[in-house]
Design a binder for this molecule. Structure first.
Ligand code: AMP
Length: 406
C-alpha cells in the first residue's frame, strides 16, 4: 500500500516534525566544525521547499555521529543550521535541545513557513532505545510527522518510529518526504517489476553482507555481475585458488547455493575471469599486475577486476533496460585499483544515456560516480547505506512501516 507523502497533506499553520538525515562529514577548523560534504543537506531541499510553500512550521530533527547520549560539542548540528540558512536563503533557527522547554519555546516562536533545526537527537540515549516517554516528548509540540531520512529508516528509534506511533495514536498524519518517496519508488517499485534486461552489479568486501540481496535479485535479474573481494568467495566455491585475496571461507556454501539458484533459473551469473593482483609489502601494495589465469598465485591478492572482465561487464551493462549497482569492483580508494569500478561507472552512465533506468544502491558506488563526475548521468543514487541493503533484501523498514497509508 503506498504511503502518504508531503504532497498529500494540508499543512497550513501546522507544526511539522520532519526527520531528516543530516549525518554529514565534518572537520575541525580552528575552533569551529566545517561541513565537508553537504550532499545530504541539499537532498532535503525539495521537501523543505514544499513544506515552506504549504505554510508549515517546520521542526527539523536529525542525528550526527554517535554521541551515545552525551552532549559532544563536535557533534552539534549548529553548523547545519548555518548551511541551511545559506542554501535556502532564509533564516533557520536552532534550538539547543530537541525536547523540553528549550524546544517548546523555539517551536512556539515559529511562524508559517519558518524553519527550526533541533540539536542532535542522539544527545539523548532514549532516542536509540526508542523510549516511549522520549517519543511522547518529541511529539509534544507538533501536529504532523514527516520522515525524509531514508538512511535512518532501518532503525526503530524514537525519532523514526516512536514519534510516528504517538502521532498515529492521536489521529495525526505521518507522511514520507519527497526524498523518502523517491527511495521507495526506485529501490522498491522500480525493482519489483523491472524493465528487462535487468542487470545487477554487486561488489564490495563481503558476500555475507549482500547474500540476501543476491538471493532475492536472482529471482528478478537476467544478468548478475560480481566484483570486489566477494567474487573470490564465489571463486573458492568453484574450486579455484584465490591466493591471499580477502575471502570468507565459511560462506562458500551460501555462495555455492546462489550459483546453483542462478543456474536453475537461467540467470547469467558472471565472475571475473581476470584480475589485477598485488601483494602487501611492509604495509604498502607492491607489484600490481594483471593476472589472466582463473587462479590467483599464492601470496598475491586480487585487488580489482582485470581489463578483460571490465570489458565483458561493460558489454553486459550496455544492453540493459534496468540496472542496479551496489559496491566497488576493487579497492577503488587506491587509484591504481580503481579502473574496474570506473569502467562500470562509465558503462552504467552510458547505458542510462541510451535509455536504461540506473539505480545506485548507495555507499561506495555513489562515491565512485562522484569522483568521476558521472553522478548526474545515472537515474537515481540512494542516500541510504545499511537502509538500502535492508530494503533491497525485501524487508519492510520500521521507519517506513510506521508511516500512514494513503
Ligand atoms: P562494501 O562496504 O561491502 O560495499 O565494501 C566496500 C569495500 O570493499 C571498499 O572499501 C573496497 O576497498 C573493498 N574491496 C573491494 N574489492 C576488494 C578486494 N578485492 N579486496 C579487498 N577489499 C576490497
Amino acid at each position: 500500500m503506498p504511503k502518504l507523502t508531503v504532497n498529500d497533506l494540508n499543512l497550513q499553520g501546522k507544526r511539522v516534525f520532519t526527520r531528516v538525515d543530516y549525518n554529514v562529514p565534518m572537520e575541525e577548523s580552528g575552533s569551529t566544525m566545517v561541513i565537508n560534504d553537504d550532499t545530504r543537506i541539499r537532498a532535503t531541499l525539495p521537501t523543505l521547499k514544499v513544506l515552506i510553500e504549504k505554510g508549515a512550521r517546520i521542526v527539523l530533527a536529525a542525528h550526527l555521529g554517535r554521541p551515545k547520549g552525551e552532549r559532544v560539542t563536535s557533534m552539534s548540528l549548529r553548523p547545519v543550521a548555518d548551511k541551511l540558512t545559506e542554501l535556502l536563503d532564509q533564516p533557520v533557527a536552532f534550538a539547543n535541545d530537541c525536547v523540553g522547554e528549550i524546544a517548546q519555546v523555539a517551536i512556539n516562536n515559529l511562524e508559517n513557513g519558518e524553519i527550526l533545526l533541533l540539536e542532535n537527537i542522539r544527545y539523548h540515549s532514549c532516542e536509540e532505545a526508542n523510549e516511549s516517554d522520549f517519543a511522547e516528548q518529541l511529539a509534544a509540540n507538533v501536529d504532523v510527522f514527516v520522515n525524509d531520512a531514508f538512511g535512518a529508516a532501518h532503525r526503530a528509534h524514537a525519532s523514526t518510529v516512536g514519534i510516528a506511533e504517538v502521532i498515529n495514536a492521536r489521529g495525526g498524519q505521518c507522511a514520507a518526504g519527497l526524498l523518502m518517496e523517491r527511495e521507495l519508488q526506485f529501490l522498491g517499485e522500480e525493482l519489483d517489476a523491472p524493465d528487462k534486461p535487468f542487470v545487477v552489479i554487486l561488489g564490495g568486501a563481503k558476500v555475507s553482507d549482500k547474500i540476501k540481496v543476491i538471493d532475492r535479485l536472482i529471482e528478478k535479474a537476467d544478468t548478475i555481475l560480481i566484483g570486489g573481494a566477494m567474487a573470490y568467495t564465489f571463486k573458492l566455491a568453484l574450486g579455484k585458488s584465490v591466493g591471499n585475496s580477502l575471502v570468507e571461507p565459511d560462506k562458500v556454501d551460501i555462495a555455492q547455493a546462489a550459483l546453483d539458484k542462478a543456474a536453475d533459473r537461467d540467470v547469467e551469473f558472471l565472475l571475473p575471469n581476470d584480475n589485477l593482483i598485488s601483494q602487501m609489502n611492509d604495509g604498502k601494495w607492491a607489484n600490481p599486475v594483471v593476472n589472466s589465469a582463473e587462479d590467483i598465485p599464492d601470496g598475491r591478492e586480487g585487488v580489482d577486476i582485470g581489463p578483460a572482465t571490465a570489458a565483458r561487464y561493460a558489454e553486459a551493462i550496455t544492453g540493459a533496460k534496468t540496472i542496479l549497482w551496489n559496491g566497488p569492483m576493487g579497492i577503488f580508494e587506491d587509484a591504481r585499483f580503481a579502473k574496474g569500478t570506473m569502467a562500470v561507472a562509465v558503462a552504467v552512465a552510458a547505458a542510462t544515456g541510451a535509455g536504461a533506468v540506473s539505480i545506485i544502491g548507495g555507499g561506495d558506488s555513489v562515491k565512485a560516480l562522484n569522483q568521476n563526475g558521472l553522478a548526474g548521468q545515472v537515474t537515481f543514487m540512494s542516500t541510504g547505506g545499511g537502509a538500502s541493503l535492508e530494503f533491497l533484501e525485501g524487508n519492510e523498514l520500521p521507519g517506513v512501516a510506521a508511516l500512514s497509508e494513503k
